[in-house]
Design a protein around this ligand. Sequence first.
Ligand code: ATP
Length: 205
Amino acid sequence: MEKISNKVINRLTQYHSILVASIKKGETTVTSSYMAQLLKIDDSQVRKDVSMLNNTGKSRVGYDALELKETIEKTLGFSNPKNAFIIGAGNLGTALAKYNDFEDYGLRVLALFDIDKNKIGKSINSKPVYDINELSRYTKEKNVEIAILTVPADFAQSIADFAVKSKIKYIWNFSPAVLSVPVGIDVWNENLMGNFLQFSYKISK
Ligand code: ATP
């Protein structure tokens, strides 16, 4: 299958959430117009997106909810679990470590790393908190390539550099810092402040 654009991936994740909720309510089929209405997009957009997938369960009454959910999961690689470390066991890192739903989406947080001696050696949601200086060792030992960065902005770049040296390849960056990384390293910015500012700008108009 062709590489799917970020916009389509984003819509697929939203269809997935709708399907999960519908299945929970006991519904077996979901129509394109129902999903389109919820997302305030055109019906034809939903049909076009779904037609790109290898999904066969279309009937007159809509898509087979379970089948479409599974097709989206296959497309997005849910069934291919990914291990990750959280760097920064502060409030945000702790909240993410406690969020068990990640596992349903193929993300397994194995441990946290911190510099604070009061946090090292403890565990959060059964996940150990290790000394940041041990990152390289554990990255190799557990074959982990993803770091979830939840450290203060001022330290984010130096920790990103350290993570890259420790053989981390993908950084999910929750810190409000713009990171510079070498070619071959992927950063996904979870720009919480930026998103809030966009939202705030919109509602203050
Ligand atoms: P707390 O008050 O418990 O530290 P917080 O969320 O307010 O929580 P922040 O100042 O945002 O803390 O820092 C987030 C976490 O990042 C903290 O646990 C802090 O110890 C950790 N941290 C700071 N610098 C580093 C570093 N160089 N390496 C690893 N972790 C670090």
